[in-house]
Design a protein around this ligand. Structure first.
Ligand code: ATP
Length: 369
């Protein structure tokens, strides 16, 4: 079957989209990937060896649970935890297992971790044409920084088993039973509810997650076909703190959207005056403290960066560094040690724009606004 047939697109539409695909390769295998959103096709869709690996769909969000849930769902929904890590699709192509990140890149580090953490042979024996979708979480990973889980290094938690070409999901209960039987860790399930019951239960679930610094929930029709997400204040403020630590690299929309979420949550959750002040205080801190830290860092002559630690066999860490080099990322190595045969590397991805902008303002650049 040709690519356009597999994607369910006309030959003409596929030809229009073709220029949006980037050429890439991994371990001698060429592939093409779509790094951003296009109409009718998911970001991260990959074309490799005559087959399609469908991108993970964008999940819509509601700002108000009470009206958003019944608006989006008619029937029963499963409410699962939304984990804060990075999205990974694990697929087998011509006998080789690969892990694809959100934008369709085969990451050597994640591929190695997926192969070693998961029973991939047994999974693909049972589901040769499907992919295992989940979140990589934990403090030792090259992409994200959330550290609110009981994970020492890195762990994969499944939240979907999709057809590799069509993206069609296994029903939630079937997927959960399959993961359980195969010993694949998975996201927590809070329950299966009618929409009206979910409206009742989700605020409490969110409050509990918030108190543990967790990210939020994803609600899904039990057939897995439709999803809706909602996040905690801890996640909204955590994102803002991250963005304001690199104040000129994250778009204004990124911050504005998170501020608006807090406004709607404060009203829907019926914040008392004291709670609203506390939320306002938290919001202010998440903006000002990391921003002032960033300015002081640059004032002291240092560069801003995103710090990560990874732990793996030395050849896997080498492959990750090569991979970053191919992507033209600038990396500062901060600490490099061996622990029980593993290389434990702490590095910082340089963030140039914020460093340069802060530097010019510190030098007295005049702003006309
Ligand atoms: P994206 O472009 O990746 O959708 P976004 O910032 O709009 O980015 P997020 O807020 O990160 O989206 O939420 C969507 C992501 O949540 C999914 O891509 C997936 O990686 C992650 N996720 C974590 N837990 C779950 C879960 N239980 N079910 C589905 N997705 C989950």
């Amino acid at each position: 079957m040709e690519y356009h047939d597999q994607l369910g697109l006309s030959r003409e539409r596929f030809a229009e989209l073709a220029e949006g695909f980037h050429d890439d390769s991994y371990a001698g295998r060429d592939y093409r990937r779509l790094p951003d959103y296009r109409k009718g096709i998911e970001k991260g869709t990959v074309l490799v060896a005559g087959t399609v690996v469908r991108g993970f769909p964008k999940i819509p969000r509601c700002l108000v649970l009470d009206s958003g849930i019944p608006q989006h769902f008619d029937g029963e929904i499963a409410v699962e935890e939304k984990l804060d890590g990075y999205n990974v699709r694990v697929a087998r192509i011509d006998g080789d297992v690969f892990a694809f990140t959100r934008s369709g890149i085969v990451c050597p580090f994640t591929t190695h971790k997926a192969r070693s953490l998961l029973p991939v042979d047994r999974f693909f024996e049972q589901y040769p044409d499907r992919m295992l979708c989940g979140e990589m979480i934990g403090p030792e990973n090259p992409y994200t920084t959330a550290d609110c889980y009981d994970v020492d290094s890195i762990a994969f938690h499944a939240f979907d088993i999709q057809d590799r070409k069509s993206g069609e999901s296994l029903p939630v209960e079937e997927r959960r039973a399959a993961c359980e039987a195969l010993g694949i860790p998975q996201v927590d399930l809070f329950g299966i509810y009618k929409p009206s019951e979910a409206v009742e239960s989700t605020p409490e679930i969110i409050d509990d997650l918030d108190s543990r610094g967790r990210e939020g929930i994803v609600m899904k029709t039990v057939d897995g076909g439709q999803q809706l997400k909602y996040t905690t204040s801890a996640a909204n403020q955590g994102d803002l703190a991250f963005a304001f630590g690199l104040p000129f690299d994250y778009g204004r929309d990124f911050s504005f959207r998170r501020l608006i979420r807090e406004g709607f949550q404060s009203v829907e959750f019926g914040d008392t005056e004291a709670e609203r002040r506390e939320r306002a205080h938290g919001l202010g801190e998440s903006l000002l403290v990391p921003m002032a830290d960033a300015i002081e860092t640059v004032e002291e002559g240092e560069r801003l960066g995103e710090r990560h630690t990874v732990r793996a066999e030395p050849r896997v860490v080498d492959a990750l560094l090569d991979h970053f080099r191919e992507q033209s990322l600038s990396i500062d190595i901060e600490r490099d040690r061996r622990v029980e045969g593993q290389r434990v590397l702490t590095f910082s991805k340089q963030i140039q724009r914020s460093t340069d902008k802060i530097d010019t303002y510190l030098d007295g650049t005049i702003v006309t606004e």
